[in-house]
Design a protein. Structure first.
Length: 102
């Protein structure tokens, strides 16, 4: 199961660097920590509640945007855009890999 967490990070971290190319080591650390926080929560809620996946991903997008804004010091609009792109890509790859019906 943690292979999906690793896959998520392997996809989301390079996407971040399409938008921002500074503080690489620090940014990678923050993005790893953000995913280690949001990914398990999303999975627990997805597998144990009836909350729709896209609603859960919206919450993850907002939380990760706040992390990017606060810790990586990006404008909130840019942080939200980065987080949105990261999570759209990983969500749809996850949906495709796991054959989840939206």
């Amino acid at each position: 199961m943690y292979k999906y967490l690793l896959l998520t990070m392997l996809i989301e971290i390079p996407i971040y660097f399409l938008f921002v190319r500074e503080k690489i080591a620090y940014s990678v650390l923050i993005l790893i920590l953000a995913n280690c926080f949001t990914w398990p929560i999303l999975n627990i809620l997805f597998h144990n509640t009836h909350i729709h996946l896209l609603l859960l991903e919206t919450g993850v997008t907002v939380v990760e945007a706040c992390v990017i804004y606060l810790f990586l010091q990006q404008k909130f609009s840019k942080a939200l855009l980065i987080s949105f792109v990261q999570n759209v890509v990983t969500t749809f790859i996850g949906v495709w890999i796991n054959h989840i019906k939206l």
